[in-house]
Write a protein that binds this ligand. Structure first.
Ligand SMILES: [Zn+2]
Length: 254
């Protein structure tokens, strides 16, 4: 068996992403926000994105979801080494995703603040929350932890800093879970989980850079996301220099 088969590389194209949404719809799942209380009389899915590397890819996924008539929840970082949510480009991406009808939340990084207890957790979520709300002109209701640790796994309250915790006991108890962490299905394949008659309430987690137009290994998908991001920035800067008319020739000749 090849790695492509073993790790289901073909699952992680944007075309297949659309197909997975259609399977969820065919199986009767309602796509709900985290603020919704569990309804045992219907099949429900909390369809979530932790935006880690390239919000432009998250936007492509948001557009697919919009076309398929569903709403997901996008969790954004404030302390990412890969994107700055308050850069104009990414603030616009945020608002485009929101304007497509999707929900949004804070993807909170305990390690950035060196948080050691739940009191500090309340304090710093409140701080990040107020900054994100103020800068983007939106309200926040929900957060997810970035990079779970033994400490974050012990934080099981329904809310911290006034925001709903997607890793709280409530969601662990009431919803099955399927995620694409590290670019493959570490436990069960999403397609199989969606088709499992015993799964009626589900939380799905995907990450932007784990998905691409073409079939690639997880590492190549990640590299492509980073390279595309860099290319966009290079093009933007060079186009700007052209507009100013002061672009120096790109060689060492006279
Ligand atoms: Zn994360």
């Amino acid at each position: 068996m090849t790695n492509r088969e073993k790790y289901h590389f073909d699952d992680f194209t944007l075309d297949n992403y659309r197909r997975l949404i259609r399977i969820a719809l065919e199986r009767g799942f309602s796509f709900i926000p985290y603020t919704s209380q569990k309804d045992v009389l219907r099949k429900e899915v909390l369809w979530r994105h932790d935006v880690e590397f390239e919000p432009d890819i998250a936007l492509k996924m948001a557009e697919i979801e919009y076309e398929e008539g569903i709403r997901a929840t996008y969790f954004f970082q404030l302390h990412s080494g890969y994107y700055n949510l308050f850069d104009r480009h990414y603030s616009e991406v945020f608002h485009k995703i929101k304007d497509l009808g999707h929900y949004w939340g804070l993807h909170f990084d305990c390690r950035y603040w060196g948080i050691a207890d739940e009191k500090q957790l309340d304090e710093f979520i409140t701080l990040d929350r107020s900054y994100m709300e103020r800068c983007l002109g939106v309200g926040l209701e929900v957060f997810s932890f970035h990079n779970t640790t033994p400490f974050t796994q012990s934080c099981l309250n329904y809310k911290y800093g006034g925001l709903i915790n997607v890793y709280s006991s409530y969601f662990k108890k009431n919803y099955n879970y399927c995620g694409d962490s590290l670019g493959y299905w570490r436990f069960d394949r999403l397609e199989d989980v969606l088709s499992d008659e015993n799964v009626t309430h589900l939380q799905v987690l995907t990450h932007d850079a784990n998905w691409s137009e073409e079939v690639l290994s997880p590492r190549k998908r990640f590299k492509k996301a980073i390279h595309d991001n860099a290319e966009r920035k290079i093009k933007s800067q060079i186009d700007g220099m052209h507009r100013l008319g002061n672009l120096v020739p790109d060689d060492c000749e006279d």
